[in-house]
Design a protein around this ligand. Structure first.
Ligand SMILES: N[C@@H](CCC[C@H](N)C(=O)O)C(=O)O
Length: 285
């Protein structure tokens, strides 16, 4: 099976052109191909598939084999893959991609003939508790969204989270300490599997720096800590604006690089960041 490893701000995925492949247990393949010792090594697997409603369909699987609805870093590399292999016309102004979160449009930015970065229309954030989804006390849930500053107790820790769905669930917390000092590997799994999240959750910790920039780390549902998360950066920008910390445009600094997000507080969220190819190979099973 031919594959290509790509990454967006260090969030790395193995890409397979599955347009002519029979359906199979992609989750199990994602587990083995993602393994950093016995596999290619990645945060998950992304499949290029045919679509009847968009240019192509993207399916993404986390390294634990679970399927995610959307991947903000992965979709930029997905467009680069499709353009540079001629699956869509090399001169296209945009690529439409059918995902479990809806159809998303990717505008590629070229460096010479290669796609180097891209801007993605990520859809409007979903803020109602049933859309996250989150099981809250009916008295709180009936007030609708957004759910900001919700007190959560993972283990002995107390956090205040803002809940945002970008098609997939995110819990965002702002902390006063530098993000590098936060015990993400202890708290992340507890938030991901907290009983209020029926489909688990991605978890973002954010530090609003004095210069107005945001530093963040992400614990991803199904993959653990990653170098960056595109939907996570969007959720962070939405939460930050809802809480009055930042305005319409914000740069989110993650361990793997910086992602830029635009959200006017009403409409779609736009995500901009790098798209890089690492290497290609053949996976033998
Ligand atoms: N890294 C991705 C998100 C991947 C899916 C996520 N772990 C989930 O299960 O919701 C991104 O860049 O958005």
């Amino acid at each position: 099976m031919e594959f290509t490893k790509m990454h967006g701000a260090g969030n790395d995925y193995v890409y397979v052109d599955a347009r002519d492949m029979p359906e199979r247990d992609w989750g199990t393949l994602s587990q083995s191909i993602s393994d950093r010792h016995s596999g290619v090594g990645s945060d998950g697997l992304i499949l290029v598939m045919n679509s009847e409603v968009a240019d192509l369909q993207m399916r993404m699987f986390n390294s634990d084999g679970s399927e995610g609805e959307m991947c903000g870093n992965g979709i930029r590399c997905f467009a680069k893959y499709a353009i540079e292999r001629g699956i869509v016309a090399p001169s296209v102004a945009s690529v439409t991609v059918d995902t479990l979160a809806g159809i998303r449009t990717v505008v590629p930015h070229f460096l010479g003939s290669a796609v180097d970065s891209a801007r993605v229309s990520m859809g409007a954030p979903r803020l109602a508790p049933s859309d996250i989804p989150v099981d809250l006390d009916p008295a709180i849930a009936s007030q609708g969204g957004p759910i900001v500053h919700y007190a959560l107790q993972p283990g002995d820790f107390r956090l205040y989270v803002t809940l945002v769905s970008m098609g997939n669930p995110h819990a965002v917390t702002f902390i006063d300490q530098p993000v590098g000092e936060f015990p993400l590997h202890n708290i992340g799994p507890l938030v991901e599997r907290h009983p209020i999240f029926p489909r688990r959750a991605n978890f973002e910790i954010v530090n609003l720096r004095e210069d107005g920039n945001l530093d963040a780390r992400v614990w991803e549902r199904g993959s653990g800590e990653t170098m960056a998360c595109g939907t996570g950066a969007c959720a962070i920008a939405v939460a930050s604006r809802l809480l009055g910390h930042t305005g319409d445009r914000v740069a989110v600094n993650l361990p793997g690089g910086t992602l830029t997000i635009d959200w006017d507080g009403v409409g779609e969220v736009y995500l901009e960041g790098p798209a890089k190819e690492v290497f290609s190979g053949v996976w033998t099973e």
